[in-house]
Design a protein around this ligand. Structure first.
Ligand SMILES: Cc1cc2nc3c(=O)[nH]c(=O)nc-3n(C[C@H](O)[C@H](O)[C@H](O)COP(=O)(O)OP(=O)(O)OC[C@H]3O[C@@H](n4cnc5c(N)ncnc54)[C@H](O)[C@@H]3O)c2cc1C
Ligand code: FES
Length: 370
């Protein structure tokens, strides 16, 4: 069969067979994986949950992983990462759910929140990522999330529920208000079903926190108040030093959790996932020179921002996805000059070298081929 596909592929060159098949139906593919949106739920303020039916190439995901979807907006394909909220599985049920928070000024998330509808087809890449539950399972697990960071840890919680995990589980989620917690009804159902799962929702500075279940080891009716900190963690999961902890959320929450685990010498028990990255500050003496975007003939003064942001500020629209160095969709050739990797701090002065625009900043003059 693969040989026959290769032969037909040769006959249809320069276009792939899938380019022709999509004229018949967008989800009729031999190689490319796509997914059709079959359900759209806008019940939670500020976000949308999409149920997708992937094409037959879908092999499922491990709880905590993410997929990339490509969404066509005004004729241009935009790729973004989203973490499925379903329990871990091999994809046999051909269902995939994504919860997308509408980001202020966000192109794709706002589009999906406003315009996604059943029948829309998106590109889909296989699930990937190392933010996954341990195999075999740890007896004790702490899951912490904030805002849209709930998605990968919700998948973990649902997987533990599906496996009827008998150990102690704490799920601690922070939001601005109760109506901004997605999948709340399901959290309540899990809490009722699993007395060994302790589910708490915190609304720092706004509403009183809520406890959806009271585990035997907890003596607190309202175990969390205010922002995340050692006392709060100790109160809700006094055994956290012996647990595996998973956290995903905004930078402030991630920093607070890291501070506690580093102070306790427990870094190896902490697993983190971020949707954005915090750039290492560039040295002021490096913010000099001119950046030339050679393919478009645009020149900009170096501001020290990432090359993606510099290009966007100069009116260009380079392809991008994650904006944090993982999806590779912003890769472009640096023809000359030096750049600093904003994640690792490393310098790269090689000519004609591929770089990721979102995580590199120019050091002096640079010529980039976009
Ligand atoms: C591994 C991973 C998993 C993820 N999982 C989820 C998930 O499950 N749910 C979820 O909601 N999100 C998730 N995300 C985030 C998601 O991929 C998108 O980043 C998010 O939806 C915003 O995309 P957007 O197109 O709406 O925003 P974009 O248009 O890409 O903008 C993103 C940010 O960049 C800024 N920006 C845009 N244009 C410019 C410019 N010209 N100059 C400077 N800044 C600019 C915007 O103001 C905004 O702050 C995940 C990200 C990663 C990396
Ligand atoms: S946008 Fe994903 S690596 Fe740059």
């Amino acid at each position: 069969m693969a040989g026959l596909i290769d032969l037909v592929q040769t006959l249809t060159t320069p276009h792939t067979l899938d380019r022709y098949l999509e004229l018949v139906h967008p989800t009729l593919t031999v190689r490319d994986m796509r997914a059709e949106i079959v359900e759209v739920d806008r019940d939670t303020r500020g976000s949308v949950t999409l149920t997708l039916r992937p094409t037959r190439q879908w092999r499922g995901h491990r709880a905590g992983q993410y997929v990339q979807i490509g969404v066509l907006i005004d004729g241009v394909k935009h790729t973004r990462c989203y973490s499925p909220i379903d329990p871990q599985g091999d994809g046999g049920d051909r269902r995939l759910r994504l919860t997308v928070k509408a980001h202020p000024n966000g192109l794709v998330s706002q589009y999906l929140r406003r315009r996604a509808e059943p029948g829309m087809v998106v590109d889909l890449a296989p699930a990937t990522g190392n933010f996954t539950l341990p195999e075999p399972n740890s007896e004790r697990i702490v899951l912490i999330s904030g805002g849209s960071g709930i998605t990968p840890v919700l998948s973990m919680l649902r997987s533990l529920d599906a496996r009827e995990h008998r150990g102690q589980v704490v799920f601690l989620h922070y939001a601005r208000s109760p109506e901004m917690v997605p999948h709340r009804a399901e959290l309540v159902r899990i809490a009722e079903r699993r007395p060994n799962f302790h589910i708490a929702l915190g609304y720092p500075g706004t509403w009183p926190s809520e406890v959806l279940s009271g585990a035997p080891w907890s003596c607190a009716a309202s175990p969390i108040s205010g922002r995340f900190g050692y006392d709060q963690l100790e109160r809700i999961a006094p055994w956290f030093a012996t647990a595996q902890t998973y956290v995903c959320g905004p930078a402030s929450l991630m920093d607070a959790v890291r501070t506690v685990y580093e102070a306790e010498g427990l870094e190896d028990r902490l697993h983190t996932e971020e949707f954005t990255f915090t750039a290492t500050p560039v040295r002021p003496d490096e913010v000099t020179g001119t950046t030339i975007f050679s393919a478009s003939g645009v020149t900009a003064g170096n501001t020290g921002a990432s090359l993606l942001e510099q290009a966007e500020s100069a009116g260009l629209t380079p392809e991008h996805g994650c904006r944090m160095g993982i999806c590779m969709s912003c890769t472009a050739i640096k023809r000359s000059g030096c750049v600093r990797n904003l994640r690792t701090g490393e310098l790269d002065a090689d000519p004609d070298h591929p770089i990721q625009l979102c995580i590199n900043a120019a050091v002096g003059d640079a010529r980039i081929d976009i």
